[in-house]
Design a binder for this molecule. Structure first.
Ligand SMILES: Cc1cc2nc3c(=O)[nH]c(=O)nc-3n(C[C@H](O)[C@H](O)[C@H](O)COP(=O)(O)OP(=O)(O)OC[C@H]3O[C@@H](n4cnc5c(N)ncnc54)[C@H](O)[C@@H]3O)c2cc1C
Length: 393
């Protein structure tokens, strides 16, 4: 296993680093970019990366990818997350884009891929439903064929940032009599279609990040079907595989850990037993993070030799999200009583938030990071995958 970067890779890392320093928009440096920015502001970096040809690291060159090696993609991921940049919206670039160029028709590729790259179309993911999350094959949204259209009726939920979406890719049931996974199709739905209604769900931290999406007699042209009718489960699984490989987030955790250390130095003292306990817990996380980075580097090294780690990637998702959550927990602990205030309660009102700036978002982050072990396939489900597919239990 080769962990040291070659000269060419080190030069690439330096190029990425200076590009970020010189080009990341200042307007995007806000406490919670996912929800604090308007739609237009959150697309600024996406468009800069698009003009540079770096917006879709995973995509083959023929569809607009940069043609990077696996190591270059890893370096880019590390550098952008360490610098705290807001990644391009994953629903187009990481999720539906690869489905379209792998399984779509030529007309679909021509119509959708350029607009995903340029950021003209904002996509949402319509997989989950009130009765179908971990058990996704239980989904009930129906699409009945009527001439040149499907008529779609159902209810999607937890749909991230659907309030901004131009398009949504949905799993729908096209054969109600087939066994669970066999009767599902993959449809692309224009959010402006009559019958699509988006209602906000406000999360624990007071933010509007997710939504319910209701579909009532929505007419979808048959040319918006991906691949074959009733074979949607195959495309859905392909998409989930891409989603999970990018979930270790070690670059992002390293940045948050540095911040936590600075806060702990400012807020606690080594003379105080609780300060000493906190320092020990921080050291433990740092060790776990270094171990995760080594595991990740081992998998990257395997991948670049053409060996797919397969289901072992589930452990990156589990460890990566646990570490991120623990850093948020400790940051919240480090700020002590300042953690009682929630920024959302103060906004709009004339309420003064006590404490230094870094304390103002710690509670929100603590609450918001609960989601990490749920979405993208919950950590319990990932453990089941490891038990069955890796350990053979
Ligand atoms: C912030 C956020 C954003 C999201 N964004 C989107 C989105 O944009 N689009 C979309 O389609 N979905 C989205 N989701 C939905 C997400 O994929 C689901 O929440 C997730 O798959 C879990 O499904 P569920 O919520 O129905 O929980 P359930 O499946 O009901 O699970 C409840 C609990 O039981 C556990 N459990 C379930 N089955 C098993 C089992 N077999 N063995 C062991 N434990 C089990 C789960 O781990 C969990 O702890 C989002 C979720 C969140 C929290």
């Amino acid at each position: 296993m080769e962990l040291k970067l070659s000269n060419a890779d080190a030069a690439f890392r330096d190029e990425v680093r200076s590009f970020i320093t010189d080009n990341y928009p200042v307007e995007m440096r806000v406490p919670n970019p996912e929800t604090d920015l308007t739609k237009e502001q959150s697309l600024l970096w996406h468009r800069i990366l698009y003009r540079k040809g770096w917006v879709a690291p995973l995509w083959p060159k023929e569809y607009g990818g940069p043609g990077w090696t696996i190591t270059q993609r890893y370096i880019f991921e590390q550098e952008t997350s360490r610098a705290g940049t807001l990644p391009p919206l994953p629903f187009g670039i990481t999720m539906v884009g690869p489905v379209i160029y792998t399984f779509g028709t030529e007309a679909q590729k021509k119509r959708f891929l350029p607009r995903i790259l340029s950021g003209e179309d904002w996509w949402a993911q319509g997989y989950s439903e009130p009765g179908a999350g971990s058990d996704l094959a239980a989904l009930r949204t129906k699409a009945m064929r009527s001439g040149g259209h499907y008529v779609v009726n159902g209810h999607k939920t937890w749909t991230t940032l659907a309030q901004h979406a131009d398009w949504i890719f949905c799993l729908v049931r096209t054969d109600p009599h087939a066994k669970a996974q066999s009767g599902i199709s993959f449809l692309l739905i224009d959010m402006k279609s009559p019958g699509v209604v988006v209602r906000p769900i406000i999360t624990l931290d007071g933010r509007h990040e997710i939504n319910d999406v209701f579909l009532e007699d929505v007419r979808v042209p048959v040319e918006n079907l991906i691949g074959e009718e009733n074979r949607g489960w195959t495309y859905a699984k392909f998409l989930l595989g891409n989603e999970r490989t990018s979930m270790a987030g070690t670059g992002r955790s390293k940045r948050r850990l540095e911040r936590l250390k600075a806060i702990a130095r400012a807020e606690t003292s080594a003379e105080d037993p609780s300060g000493r306990e906190l320092a020990k817990d921080i050291a433990r996380i740092e060790i776990d993070l270094i171990a995760l980075e080594a595991t990740e580097a081992r998998m990257i090294s395997q991948l670049s030799r053409g060996k797919d780690p397969g289901p072992a990637a589930s452990l990156l998702k589990i460890r990566g999200t646990e570490i991120h959550q623990r850093i948020a927990d400790l940051t919240h602990r480090a700020i002590g009583q300042y953690g009682l205030a929630l920024r959302e309660q103060a906004s709009g009102g004339n309420i003064f938030l006590p404490g230094p700036d870094y304390t103002h978002t710690a509670t929100e982050r603590y609450l918001n990071t609960r989601k990490l072990s749920i979405y993208g396939g919950s950590n319990e489900i990932q453990r089941n995958i490891i038990a069955k597919a890796v350990l053979g239990l």
